[in-house]
Design a protein around this ligand. Structure first.
Ligand code: F6R
Length: 365
């Protein structure tokens, strides 16, 4: 049932191009995003003054990426909240709020309770869920399913990727309904979206390089992920994946925040994973890399192929992903992060599919 792989996690990592295709391709017809399962129109969206995204864990990290994308394309304020915090913060939610609830299982108790609270306050609920007929799906006004198939490994991979995919679809469709996107940009993003599964396959086929980096660094006891903007959101997910299955202490930082405290932890041999796929922030990130290198850090960088030469000058090792529209890069960036966590955990002899102290679905508070 593991399809020839040693772990469900490896199988599920490799299934991502298919899961992405299954989630996205049927919803693109003649170059347009078609969300038949969504009952929202342009009038409703124009009236909506705020989008509130609610989730836990990796699903929350999808929300962090979504904030950048939705605010850029829709020009509406987007707030992202951990479900466990939302419930107790007296949230500013009204009938003009659209709540996007993200959950693989559809049963996470904090997320479900937050959904109910948002509903009570009058918000409309759009959920992104993988398990058909789950509690969150049943209690939402609209549901967009991720067609990732069953996810067995505790650490999410393919569900994360398909949640991101649905965010792209929502962003494109809402921007079209609101008239906040030009035809040219819309067409460009849609055509790039269709290339993502092939680009994912390319990254997965070249996984030996990531395995090699894991073999160099698997003995580290503390690892930092730095990035800006969407790269920061990917750093959060890379860090969570790593600590969850390999038990290495790791932290993700917005690169510009390093010098406000964390840089004091950087010393000879500390591994810093520097995410620099956002090309408009590439130079800024590289100056952070120079700072950590001068304090003795080893740097494993990640960027797009077109920046390979510029990056290799500064970092110890560079992971490359194919170029695409910046909005879609998270779908490519996250794969090397998952693979790195997987190989590091493998080399440390960890119980990858069932990490200690964790359950697949968190149904108690
Ligand atoms: C991390 C992971 C968890 C889940 C979180 C939310 O790899 O899997 O952080 O993302 O427990 O679960 P769902 O999406 O089922 O609500």
């Amino acid at each position: 049932e593991k399809g020839g792989y040693e772990h469900f996690m490896a199988k599920e990592i490799m299934e991502q191009p298919k899961a992405f295709r299954d989630t996205v391709f049927p919803r693109i017809q003649d170059g347009r995003v078609v969300l038949d399962d969504l009952n929202l129109d342009g009038d409703y969206l124009r009236e909506t003054d705020k989008i509130y995204i609610i989730a836990c864990g990796s699903s929350y990290h999808v929300g962090m990426v979504a904030k950048y994308i939705l605010e850029k394309l829709l020009r509406k304020p987007v707030e992202v909240s951990l479900a466990s915090e939302f419930r107790y913060c007296d949230p500013l939610v009204t009938e003009k709020t659209l709540c996007i609830v993200i959950s693989q299982s559809g049963e996470t108790i904090d997320t479900l309770a937050a959904l109910r609270e948002a509903k009570r306050l009058g918000a409309r609920i759009l959920s992104i869920v993988n398990v058909v007929g789950s509690s969150i799906a049943r209690e939402s006004d609209d549901v967009l399913y991720t067609w990732a198939g069953p996810e067995i490994a505790v650490a999410t991979t393919k569900a994360y990727s398909t949640q991101l995919a649905v965010i792209y679809l929502i962003a494109l469709r809402f921007a079209e309904l609101l008239g906040t996107i030009s035809g040219e940009i819309y067409d460009h993003i849609v055509s790039e979206l269709l290339t993502i599964p092939t680009k994912m396959e390319h990254i997965l086929e070249n996984r030996e390089a990531i395995q090699y980096y894991a073999s160099i660094y698997f003995n580290h006891e503390s690892i930092f992920f730095i990035g800006r903007n969407i790269d920061y959101a990917i750093g959060l997910e890379g860090s969570l994946k790593l600590k969850e299955i390999s038990y290495i202490h790791s932290e993700a930082y917005a690169a510009g925040e390093l010098k406000h405290g964390t840089i004091s932890l950087i010393e000879q041999g500390t591994l810093v994973v520097a995410l620099a796929s956002c090309t408009q922030l590439f130079d800024k990130l590289m100056s952070n890399v120079v700072e950590v290198k001068s304090r003795g850090a080893d740097v494993l960088g990640l960027t797009v192929e077109s920046r390979a030469e510029a990056m290799k000058k500064t970092v110890d090792h560079a992971i490359l992903v194919p170029d695409t529209h910046p909005m879609l890069l998270p779908s490519l960036d996250v794969l090397p992060m998952q693979l790195f966590a997987y190989y590091v955990a493998l080399m440390r002899g960890c119980d990858i599919d069932k990490p200690r102290n964790l359950a697949k679905s968190v149904t108690v508070e």
